[in-house]
Design a binder for this molecule. Structure first.
Ligand code: CP
Length: 299
């Protein structure tokens, strides 16, 4: 039997699938009728989430799927059950698909190897990948009229610990974004050789003429030790303020995957301002996750 479809990361998506998901999510956002799916999707979240968990849940409901949420803190994982045993237990109950968030990088691959028959979505693993976030980010930009082949996109802040940044970078490269810039404190930048990007020395250089700015949260929970500046010093040197944003293109779009730490990586005036697409990202997240379920379950 062929392996089930899976969304583990951007790099392993077959040719044409990102484009197909982007087109379908935008069509759904414009009122296209969703496919009628059947079966139960289990959401196993072993790390906190608001946006991803709730939007997968709403998306499942809108495509006709039954849903069961497994809260990590109240599941038998706290009694020492191995992840693959938990998944085997859910699979034995006949779930149609699994959405997994896990604090360890690589956990979804391990589940996919152990359960090749199970349709699986990675809803964020450690610092490694958050593919549905990257897809919804691009769908939001396309929906707002951004031409990727001409766009200068700056990703700023704590990039090293960000699975969103990794998946965004993979998708932007795959879709032929004109120029990708990164900027942040040296301790929070990824290894130089790994990325086809322009590394900027400061925020001003990254923002200069940028068409899109993706602002990232400082992910202290993923740092082994407290490295880099404290929140106040970070805001002074790297915070996205209206004054700094004025150096970007006049029609710049500001994205943030959330949750937002106001007054740390971004000011209220930018987060709530006319250039912000933050809540549009959240809205598009539901449609992208509907498109993902349709693809995952064979439509
Ligand atoms: N962007 C994102 O993954 O947010 P949550 O952690 O709230 O799901």
């Amino acid at each position: 039997m062929a392996d089930a479809r899976r969304l583990l990361d951007i790099d392993t998506l077959p040719d044409g699938v990102p484009e197909r998901l982007l087109e379908r999510a935008r069509a759904l956002a414009s009122g296209a009728r969703p496919a009628k799916l059947s079966g139960t999707v289990a959401q196993l979240f072993l790390e906190p989430s608001t946006r991803t968990r709730v939007s997968f849940e709403i998306a499942a409901g809108r495509t006709g799927l039954d849903r069961v949420h497994v809260d990590g803190a109240r599941s038998s994982t706290v009694k020492g059950e191995a992840l693959n045993d938990t998944v085997a237990t859910l699979a034995a109950m006949g779930i149609a698909a699994l959405v997994l968030r896990h604090p360890e990088s690589g956990a979804p691959e391990s589940v996919a190897r152990a359960h090749p028959e199970l349709p699986l979505v990675n809803a964020g693993d450690g610092m490694r990948a958050h593919p549905s976030q990257a897809l919804l980010d691009v769908a939001t930009l396309l929906d707002d009229g951004v031409a990727l082949e001409k766009a200068r996109i700056a990703i700023v802040g704590d990039i090293r610990h960000s699975r969103v940044a990794r998946s965004d970078l993979a998708l932007f490269s795959r879709l032929g974004v004109a120029e990708i810039r990164i900027a942040g404190p040296e301790a929070w930048l990824p290894a130089a050789e790994s990325l086809p990007v322009r590394r900027c020395r400061n925020l001003e250089e990254a923002l200069d003429g940028a068409d899109v700015v993706i602002c990232l949260r400082v992910q202290r929970e993923r740092m082994d030790v407290a490295v880099g500046p404290d929140p106040e010093a970070f805001h002074v040197a790297w915070g996205l303020t209206s004054r700094r944003l004025a150096a970007a293109a006049p029609d710049v779009r500001v994205l943030h995957p959330g949750p937002v730490n106001r007054g740390v990586e971004i000011d209220d005036a930018v987060a709530d301002g006319s250039r912000s697409l933050i809540l549009r990202q959240v809205r598009m997240g539901v449609f992208m996750r509907m498109a993902i379920f349709e693809w995952l379950l064979g439509h």
